[in-house]
Design a protein around this ligand. Sequence first.
Ligand code: AMP
Length: 282
Amino acid sequence: MILFKTTGPLQKQLEKLRTNGKRIGFVPTMGALHSGHLSLIECCKRRCDIAVCSIFVNPTQFNNKEDFEKYPVTIENDIFLLESNNTDILFLPAVNEVYTTGMQQLQHFELGYLENILEGKYRPGHFQGVCNVVYRLLNIVKPDVLFLGRKDYQQYLVLKKMMKEFFPDIKIEPVDIVREANGLAMSSRNMRLSEDARNKATAIYQSLQFIQQNIYNKDIEALKAEATNNLLDNGFEKVDYIKICDAGTLLPVTSVSNDKKQLITLAAAFIENVRLIDNILL
Ligand code: AMP
């Protein structure tokens, strides 16, 4: 694995690979890597010749200063995991390498209602920050394929929208959620939980599974209310949302019809002051 901290040498290396006909895949991350990230790398290696991973904790996507400051950093372990999983290139830029003219004047992306619902409603500005960083990283790496986890489902749809306009030639590959044995979706933020909370946090997956199992035999409002109560009864302090939506648009559905629309149920809730998200395609 070759590690680059600056853009110039990285681009030179990528240009060489491209000239040799190599197909380049890209996995952007914020580090504190776990098996969820590694499944993206694995998928990338299967589909492309070269796997490029970036680790960059993007300041502009955190609407909460404390969340940014407490974001786990485990860089030595990350490098070990990436090397052991056949990553070819790691890009580890400093802030001024990505935001070359500073973070004051960010580009504005037209995301429509997608940036104001669900995560966008509770994390104002979050998706503008996500688009800014991915836009910049894609301009640096210029990959053939971008790999994104379905764990951040709304982020996947937002980036799809941004890329349709600015990077129509880059293919997007969504990758399924990787979970702990107990069902908890893997997340770098899980590191901030006590062992007790990590066990209790499986309630978020169980609540979504409850919705999945009962979607055809219970009223949607009743389902959401039961799932919310289940979270609160099992150690979650606050529930931002539990929703059932059209998976293509993320607009809420009020009843389940037989029109074969792909649905998704999504949740965001706090346990031990850590905000967790999860979803299941129904
Ligand atoms: P992050 O480091 O949290 O920004 O995540 C980097 C990428 O890994 C994003 O595309 C995430 O959706 C994806 N990812 C994070 N956790 C998981 C998981 N448990 N399963 C699959 N993909 C994940």
